[in-house]
Design a protein around this ligand. Sequence first.
Ligand code: 2BA
Length: 145
Amino acid sequence: MTLNVLKNRQLMTKEINDLIVSHEKVAHVQLENRLDHALLVLIKSGYTAVPVLDRDYRVKGQISKTEILDSILGLEQLEMERLHDITVETAMNKNIPRLRTDATFQKALTTSINHPFICIVDDDDAFVGILTRRSILALVHRYLQ
Ligand code: 2BA
């Protein structure tokens, strides 16, 4: 077996633990927050989308600037006054992947093809942090060199 094949196997079966951005450093919003608050968090943090958590710190979905704007789109214009009436829970995307801390790098790499970040949860489904596409690509880049 060549060294490259061995290295690839090592990379793909590696656990993702070292790559996780810890929850304290992740901007997030909660289910019951209103869209005006969520928009503020997105604008201030500079991110396109952030995780949505419940009161027990469990991952429920993610919310993006596009979903917020879509929720207040009237027939001909954006109805900004509705931002305070709509909850994050109503507007968020619930269909997101989650991985456990012991997931393999291969699983994370495959998932990141369609998702800029992946929420990582523990055995009780509590939020641990995120895995960004940037950290995944950076590791692949290091192995390729
Ligand atoms: P986006 O916000 O669309 O950001 C796309 C890429 O732009 C990021 O890729 C990063 O390389 C860069 N970027 C954007 N805003 C940045 C900022 N405030 N500081 C530094 N770099 C920034 P990734 O790092 O791979 O992140 C992928 C996605 O993960 C982001 O997409 C965002 O939705 C989410 N994300 C990353 N870090 C986050 C954090 N600390 N809190 C909440 N969400 C985060």
